[in-house]
Design a protein around this ligand. Structure first.
Ligand code: ZN
Length: 422
């Protein structure tokens, strides 16, 4: 709870009622009996979420346009170049939560509605629901924003298949898009003068600080490495221990080293995916492939962490006759949000007595993908328990409504500035 009041009592009650009604509607889409939310891109659930977005936008007096990459833009006023924009995404990971992405889209719609209701909308504004932010179906995170930028070569991966064998091209066509037209969209990009994304915190920093809201500083650098360990397949019942070349033992060293080194370096290291061949109960493994995900405050820490883990793996492998191949699959350096925009947003919040709690995040976001091309900022609403990508994801209604009020103030102030700049 917080004592700071951003909106009048009447407006707070209005925003809260609207939030509770619309969030309940949205949360019902893709909800499983166990409480988990699954809304993968270009599926029936994604279409239902898109319908919800279109219908709700219409009810709030906004007009929706869909761009060539499947991003949905709800406009207050006529579409314009250099507009102040907000939003997030409505897709989820498999078995995810109700707040990740959804909170930002809904908060944007309500915040713009509040400004219209106050008669405080000075320039056209858009609420954007970006397509496939999670990449849960085709391993294409921040699809909509990166495709628009030209930072994701969609044409090269149209044949990629999901678990059911449906290609990306088929899925896009099924969602009413023209697969041949998906890609860079500079005209749309020009419509974004600034993008402010509100998101659930996915951490416990704000609970520790007893603050309802944080202002993003950067998205932490992160990378993914694949390590292949080659041993020798053999019979589990007839091969003496002394002559085995078992890559599973080196895997154990990798798992232990990842945890220990990450702790010592102040990084996060995770081995969450494995492939074992032949993957049989009665056979010593021939090959183990593991994926190592590492994130940290800066690139150098990541480099050191990965080096130390692979050194430990290499030393064990040398001693036990295991072959090792390490391949970097991806690396994204730190993404800093626009310092100028951040300062402006911090001023707006300070004017309402809201403390500037800076926060870096280890998760990717559309605001991060766009940061190299347009000024972007992020507001984080306190997580009740830090959980995310899980049915336990939670934020209090009070904190969500507080976030909506803060977002409305930020959008209003930024659009004044657009006015001034002429
Ligand atoms: Zn998200």
């Amino acid at each position: 709870m917080t004592d700071i009041e951003i909106m009048s009592g009447e407006e707070t009650r209005h925003a809260r009622a609207l939030f509770e009604q619309l969030f309940a509607e949205l949360s019902a889409i893709g909800l499983a009996p166990n409480g988990a939310t699954t809304r993968l891109a270009w599926t029936v659930e994604a279409a239902q979420a898109a319908d919800w977005f279109d219908r709700t936008s219409g009810q709030l007096g906004l007009r929706v346009e869909v761009d060539r990459n499947g991003n949905r833009w709800a406009w207050a006023g006529n579409p314009a170049v250099g507009a102040i924009t907000t939003g997030s995404h409505l897709d989820s990971v498999r078995e995810g939560g109700r707040f990740d992405g959804a909170l930002g889209v809904l908060s944007g719609l309500i915040a713009v509605h509040l400004l219209q209701r106050r008669g405080d909308l000075r320039a056209p504004m858009a609420v954007i629901s970006f397509a496939d932010e999670e990449g849960g179906r085709y391993d294409t995170p921040t699809f909509g924003s990166r495709a628009m930028l030209g930072a994701l070569d969609v044409q090269a991966i149209l044949e990629r298949r999901d678990r059911e064998g449906v290609t990306l091209g088929e899925a896009l066509a099924g969602a009413g898009l023209d697969p041949a037209a998906v890609g860079p969209d500079p005209e749309r990009l020009c419509q974004i003068g600034a993008f402010v994304e509100l998101h659930i915190e996915q951490d416990t920093l704000l609970t520790e600080r007893e603050a309802p809201l944080a202002l993003g500083t950067q998205i932490l650098p992160h990378g993914r490495w694949r390590i292949d360990l080659h041993g020798e397949a053999n019979h589990a019942g007839t091969t003496p221990l002394a002559i085995r070349r078992d890559p599973m033992l080196t895997l154990a060293v990798a798992i232990e080293a990842a945890r220990r080194v990450a702790g010592e370096e102040g990084a996060l290291a995770t081995i969450g995916k494995l492939e074992v061949s032949p993957n049989a109960t009665n056979a010593i493994a021939e090959r183990v492939s593991l994926w190592l995900d590492v994130r940290a405050e800066d690139d150098a820490v990541i480099g050191r962490t990965v080096q130390r883990i692979t050194d430990a793996v290499g030393a064990d492998a040398d001693a036990t006759g295991i072959g090792v191949e390490v391949k970097r699959e991806s690396f994204t350096g730190a993404v800093r949000f626009s310092p100028r925009l951040r300062e402006r947003v911090a001023q707006v919040l300070a004017a309402h007595g809201i403390e500037d709690v800076p926060m870096g995040t280890g998760a990717g976001h559309d605001a991060g993908a766009l940061a190299g091309a347009v000024p972007t900022a992020m507001l984080f609403v306190r997580s009740a328990n830090g959980a995310s990508h899980s049915s336990r994801e939670l934020a209090s209604v009070e904190d969500c409504v507080f976030g909506i009020g803060a977002l409305a103030e930020v959008l209003a102030a930024l659009s004044e500035r657009v006015d001034e700049d002429g």
